[in-house]
Ligand binder design. Structure first.
Ligand SMILES: Cc1cc2nc3c(=O)[nH]c(=O)nc-3n(C[C@H](O)[C@H](O)[C@H](O)COP(=O)(O)O)c2cc1C
Length: 409
């Protein structure tokens, strides 16, 4: 995409060191189930790196980290083909960030060790933020940090396992955790959990600044990121409601966090990473794409996804949500949208896209918030879960079911 012609005076942002990784732009693509697969990560990363192509001496993570959609430890250990396909990186991916989810310390530790051992992961992130009722009702996801002993066991055992596998290879593989503020305002977990994580040797903590109860509703409460940062000596990553380069800069400035995590804002808008990189490096703001350029990105996204999955028909069905996101705000018309939803091949997709008025400029309504929102949801938890911050044996048994059919959040 074109950049305005102005003299380029890059001003490198404060970089972060995470194990062996030097993250030179403090931005992270959020793990998103069903979204941040290898194809989408590659596209986001290439957009992130685009404004930096003239900048010399960039090392392995010049434009931040791009985290894979979460995968459950149990699915990996049970040898699920789908789970293993989900962690396969793109060949051009220099830094492989994999997010694991699970409720059982030993299986999480074993799975993390295998991922490092097989060099599938250069960075492991643990998900403690999933608010989905069917997960938290069994004590999983965002409900885990309430049980301090379980949380401590998980981070300690995974840390040991990652270090053991990495040290054999002479590597230093960072471990990070991602969580929410707590269950609700009366049951805040982030400060205790972050301290436990820090003591266990975790490299950084990411905070989606909403509670489980808030779900995706309302505004993210960045003041909690500020408060967390004040208490921590390891890096803090802030997350929630970054929809522009300016939002990224504002979160860094207002909260003093070390990096920003970007989720829904890049759905159908991977060039947001160009915008953010340019903003954080003081480079000219890239021009927004016309519909013709959006079409090219969308086709490249679909092609890459087919290459990864090897299944064109299934990929085209999975691409439907992306197509909707990419076309948000453009004058497309109901019938064209319906037709685009029915495509079953790359060729069809291209034909249908070419029927649109491709000279349209980027619509202002495509800026700003996008993706899941909704209303708060009463937290669903196992009976008596909040009575104690220690896990009972009965609760441990019940947790096993909290890994079934988990899909992000
Ligand atoms: C479709 C979707 C899938 C998600 N899947 C995951 C996931 O697998 N792991 C995770 O930690 N968070 C997941 N999240 C939460 C995001 O990583 C992020 O924390 C959240 O969207 C808030 O950031 P945002 O305001 O930039 O979107 C998901 C969010 C969405 C919208």
């Amino acid at each position: 995409m074109r950049s305005e012609t102005a003299e380029v005076v890059p001003r490198p942002p404060a970089s972060i060191e995470l194990g062996d990784i030097r993250v030179q732009t403090p931005v992270i693509l959020a793990p998103m189930a069903g979204v941040t697969d290898a194809a989408f990560r590659k596209i986001c990363r290439e957009f992130g790196e685009l404004p930096l192509r003239e900048v010399p001496d960039l090392s392995n993570a010049p434009a931040g980290l791009y985290v894979a959609e979460m995968v459950t430890a149990r699915a990996l250990l049970e040898g699920s083909d789908r789970a293993w396909a989900m962690v396969q990186p793109d060949p051009t991916e220099r830094i492989r960030s994999v997010q694991l989810y699970g409720t059982e310390p030993t299986s999480l530790a074993v799975a993390a060790g295998i991922l490092v051992d097989r060099r599938i992961a250069d960075h492991v992130d643990l998900n403690f933020g999933c608010p989905v009722p069917k997960v938290t009702r069994k004590g999983g996801g965002a409900a885990i940090p309430w049980k301090r002993d379980l949380f401590a066991q998980i981070v300690t055992q995974v840390r040991e396992s990652v270090d053991k596998a990495a040290s054999v290879q002479g590597r230093n593989v960072p471990l990070t955790v991602k969580m929410r503020i707590g269950i609700d305002d009366d049951h805040v977990t982030v400060f205790d959990a972050a301290r436990i994580a820090q003591n266990a040797g975790v490299d950084a903590v990411g905070l989606h600044s909403r509670t489980q109860e808030q779900y995706y509703s309302g505004r993210a409460r960045w003041e909690w990121i500020t408060r967390l940062k004040e208490q921590m000596s390891i890096p803090v990553f802030g997350n929630g409601d970054i929809f522009s380069g300016q939002d990224a800069q504002d979160m860094l400035d207002q909260t003093d966090c070390d990096a920003v995590i970007v989720g829904r804002g890049c759905q159908g808008r991977p060039w947001l990473f160009s915008e953010i990189t340019a903003k954080l490096w003081n480079l000219p703001e890239p021009a927004r794409p016309t519909l013709r350029q959006v079409r090219d990105v969308l086709l490249q996204h679909a092609l890459l996804t087919v290459e990864h999955s090897g299944n064109e028909d299934r990929t085209m069905r999975e691409m439907r949500k992306h197509v909707g996101w990419y076309l948000k705000g453009f004058a497309v018309g109901g019938e064209s949208r319906r037709n685009l939803n029915l495509v079953t091949s790359l060729e069809d997709l291209e034909t249908r896209l070419n029927e649109l008025d491709l000279d349209q400029a980027y619509p202002p309504s495509a800026e700003g918030a996008r993706g899941r929102a909704g209303t708060p949801k009463k937290p669903h938890l196992p009976h008596g879960w909040l009575d104690s911050q220690q896990l009972t044996e009965e609760e441990r048994e019940g947790l096993k079911a909290a890994e079934d059919g988990v899909s992000g959040g």
